[in-house]
Ligand binder design. Structure first.
Ligand code: MRU
Length: 386
């Protein structure tokens, strides 16, 4: 009883300073998606996730029972997307505390290393550490769970607010043009990458729900194809018109006036406004700058790394296996099939993220409003980090 009150207090604290979602907003998310991570209703020692490696061909869930289950799910990208990685890391630490097998410090370090680029993972693990404080082992697990649930509830509200602010940009474009607003997005910064709304997709869902004609160009996003498999899947589920393009098509479409707005997510934004996101984002920003297309980033505050000034030099870029480049996976006649694309002898490298310098970013859409991608801009919304 005391425990459930404590949890309720944590969640209430997380929501205290926010506006309430409207009935239509709640219905939109509830009708098309479950959340991306949730505690088992009967057994609080089990956490469920959607196995995103199986989408769009099959919708399968996975049960996480140990810290290693969570670490593997993050590293192997059963879950991915900066906010969801953070939430999974938080629950993973909770599961590790229940196991009572490992010192907290080593558990936390292993969890943080599962994927190094998205700052949300380290942020979430550090938040759990702070919440635990000096609690004994039983109390520590309970506090960790309370904090993990608070992180999840906050993320829903942060992403909803990004949608409310970003909607203004889409409305402005819609007011001055005939036909649908064409948005280009890269990777999956959608509801599957967060808990519910997504960051880049939240303004899109809000616009669609408001009846603003909108169409999304979805970059396939080699090598893991999060755009082709995940963004296309979730936009389809929400009924948002979209077209999948190869990564190299974006510049051409921008040159021909087919893109009104580029909207992407972020894995780590520096205090000076550099944006680290899925590999290929930088090239989209270069093309957008050349073509005069606004380039905005859905930037939730947990993805801002206030300790970093120079994104190019200071952000660790994850190197993933070259096999993600040399092999392709897709639905065959009867099963999902993996085929080799490159000559056996050709080496492949696979940097998973790149950094878009702040000068190429038109603005950052945060949960507190939209600001220029500068230190002054960010501090005007988050003065507590001055
Ligand atoms: O490798 P991934 O799929 O985890 O990369 C995801 C992205 O790059 C997203 O754009 C980013 O995490 C923002 S998610 C709201």
């Amino acid at each position: 009883m005391i425990w459930s009150n404590f949890k309720a207090w944590q969640v209430a604290r997380a929501l205290a300073s926010w506006g309430r979602p409207t009935f239509r907003e709640k219905k939109l998310m509830a009708t098309t998606f479950k959340r991306t991570i949730w505690l088992d209703e009967k057994d609080p020692t089990i956490v469920h996730i959607i196995d995103q490696r199986k989408l769009p061909h099959s919708y399968e869930t996975m049960a996480l029972k140990t810290a290693d289950d969570a670490i593997n799910a993050i590293a192997d990208m059963a879950v991915r997307g900066a906010p969801l990685i953070g939430a999974t890391g938080a629950y993973g630490v909770y599961l590790g505390l229940l196991e009572e097998k490992e010192e907290f410090r080593s558990l936390a370090e292993r969890m943080k290393r599962a994927r190094p680029t998205a700052v949300n993972l380290a942020w979430a693990v550090d938040r759990i550490a702070e919440a635990i404080g000096d609690a004994g082992s039983a109390g520590a697990a309970q506090r960790a769970l309370g904090e993990a649930e608070a992180i999840v509830e906050e993320d829903v509200e942060i992403c909803r607010q990004i949608g409310v602010h970003g909607l203004r940009l889409i409305e402005e474009i819609a007011a001055r043009k005939q036909g649908p607003v064409n948005v280009l997005t890269h990777c999956n910064a959608g509801s599957l990458a967060t808990i519910e709304w997504g960051t880049a997709t939240s303004p899109i869902y809000h616009a669609h729900e408001k009846g603003i004609p909108i169409h999304v160009w979805v970059d396939e996003t080699r090598p893991r194809n999060q755009g082709a498999s995940l963004t296309a899947y979730e936009l389809g589920a929400h009924g948002v018109p979209h077209t999948v393009i190869v990564d190299n098509a974006g510049g051409h479409l921008m040159q021909h006036g087919e893109v009104d707005l580029v909207l992407v997510g972020t894995d780590r934004t520096t205090r000076t406004g550099d944006v680290c996101n899925k590999i290929g984002t930088y090239l989209k920003a270069l093309a957008a700058s050349d073509c005069g297309v606004p380039f905005y980033v859905g930037a939730p505050s947990p993805s801002i790394d206030w300790s970093v000034r120079d994104g190019l030099r200071e952000i660790p870029i994850e190197e993933r296996s070259g096999e993600e480049v040399s092999y392709l996976e897709g639905q065959g006649a009867s099963a999902v099939t993996r085929v080799r694309l490159t000559p056996e002898a050709s080496p492949c490298v696979n940097p998973a993220f790149d950094v878009t310098p702040a000068r190429l970013v038109t603005g950052l859409i945060t949960e507190r409003g939209i600001c220029p991608a500068t230190e002054e801009g960010l501090l005007s919304l988050f003065p507590e980090n001055a």
